[in-house]
Design a protein around this ligand. Structure first.
Ligand code: HEM
Length: 408
């Protein structure tokens, strides 16, 4: 199987439960230009690590898409739909926007949320206590990060069913090789979802403007008034980014880490007895089953990347999940081992775009995992492997059903 065939097989949802043999093919082939997706595919750890910090690569991967979006969007679509997320911007705009929101996500600000996250986790487990079965995704992994990010931004939880749907559709955009814009004049489903989500967030921002609260949207509005450094469209786009990034990924981290524990009962009982083992479990899950499986960059000038000559504007796919199983980087890479001495990963990226929400995601996962181990008695997976969502990049289980003999 060559690189192109392996990419094709990865697009097939049937590969979702275990894409790792396909990633091994990509790694073995080395960096390869794949004409059918017009991109260089890079899957080895050392290459991904170096390229994430390489200044010749730009994060502005949406330029062509924006042009196409501008053509197909209806006239009454909010203009913020065309404002790229700062995740996809280079300095100086990236630096400016990231700085404005980073205060809310420092280790210190996040540590202040610890007790409220623990209370919320216990409430979610209490709600599942009168049954002998639970679904880790529906009962814990989804509602926990969703509630936390909604509270932080001041988004009403009552509207959650709306943006659950928009977010799931919108994230198909970053799903990999097949979601890049085609040249026809139809609006893809993710763009419909984006328009609806921007309209919703715009209404929310208007409401906060006339009635500010103790939340991040009100804070960003205040910054805008004071320094006029954040345009209206930038504000809407940033709120949409935080709402999506704040939960789509952490859900998978919590679900994947519980799944790993269900498969290693010794680790589960060790965690019950000693909560200090939680951080290593979370980090090994981020390596073993990363919630973001790949990212992309664009070559900003003609350059030789991994020995391959590329022209300006070429795409480079960094296959993070493949890199995490690279035997040149890790001893026994396919074994889940939180005690490994070579534990490192690229799950949150690296360099200027390193995940802003990493401290929050780590805290939520640590608390969820610890409380799960302490409170759920004799959990046993009812289906292994569990059913997976179709998403290739934001890969994770649709449900993790289990039985138990009580929740303490
Ligand atoms: C960026 C992963 C949770 C907000 C990133 C990137 C990765 C990532 C890989 C860099 C992408 C790139 O360089 O192309 C994850 C994972 C998470 C997680 C695996 C959970 C386990 C969160 C949370 C938030 C968040 C909870 C917000 C509340 C962001 C933002 C960026 C980002 C705003 C853009 C940073 C920038 O461009 O400067 N994340 N993320 N993430 N993440 Fe996360």
């Amino acid at each position: 199987m060559d690189t192109m065939q392996a990419l094709g097989a990865l697009l097939d949802p049937a590969s979702r439960p275990d894409p790792y043999p396909l990633y091994a093919r990509l790694r073995d082939a080395g960096p390869t230009w794949v004409e059918s997706v017009s991109a260089l595919v890079v899957a080895r750890y050392a290459d991904c690590d170096a390229l994430l910090r390489d200044p010749r690569l730009s994060a502005e991967r949406g330029r062509d898409q924006l042009k196409h979006m501008a053509r197909v969007l209806p006239a009454d679509a909010p203009s913020s739909v065309l404002q790229p997320w700062f995740l996809s911007l280079d300095p100086p705009d990236h630096t400016r926007l990231r700085r404005l929101v980073s205060k809310a996500f420092t280790a210190r600000s996040v540590a202040r949320m610890e007790s409220s996250i623990a209370v919320l986790t216990d409430e979610l487990l209490d709600a599942a206590a009168d049954r002998t079965h639970m679904d880790v995704v529906a009962d814990l992994a989804y509602p926990l990060p969703m509630t936390v990010i909604c509270r932080l931004l001041g988004v009403p939880m009552a509207d959650e069913p709306l943006f659950r749907d928009w977010s799931a559709r919108l994230t198909r955009l970053i799903d990999g090789f097949d979601a890049r814009m085609t040249s026809d004049d139809t609006m893809p489903d993710w763009l419909h979802a984006s328009v609806e989500m921007h309209r919703y967030v715009s209404g929310l921002v208007d409401a906060r403007r006339s009635d500010p609260g103790d939340d991040l949207i009100s804070e960003l509005l205040a910054i805008r008034h004071e320094g006029d450094t954040l345009t209206h469209d930038e504000l809407i786009s940033t709120v949409v980014l935080l709402l999506v990034a704040g939960h789509e990924t952490t859900v998978n981290l919590i679900a994947n880490s519980v799944l790993a524990l269900l498969r290693c009962p010794d680790r589960l009982s060790a965690l019950r007895d000693d909560p200090t083992t939680a951080p290593a479990l979370v980090e090994e899950t981020l390596r073993f089953d990363p919630p973001v499986q790949l990212t992309a960059r664009v070559v900003s000038e003609d350059a030789e990347i991994c020995g391959v000559p590329l022209s300006r504007g070429s795409f480079v796919y960094l296959m993070l999940a493949a890199a995490h199983r690279d035997p040149s980087q890790f001893d026994r890479p396919d074994v889940f081992d939180p005690d490994r001495t070579d534990l490192t990963h690229l799950a949150f990226g690296l360099g200027p775009h390193f995940c802003l929400g990493a401290p929050l995601a780590r805290l939520e996962a640590r608390i969820a995992l610890t409380r799960f181990a302490q409170r759920v008695v004799d959990p046993a997976a009812s289906q292994d492997p569990p059913p997976y969502r179709e998403h290739l990049n934001l890969r994770g289980p649709r449900a993790v059903p289990l039985t138990h003999s009580g929740i303490r």
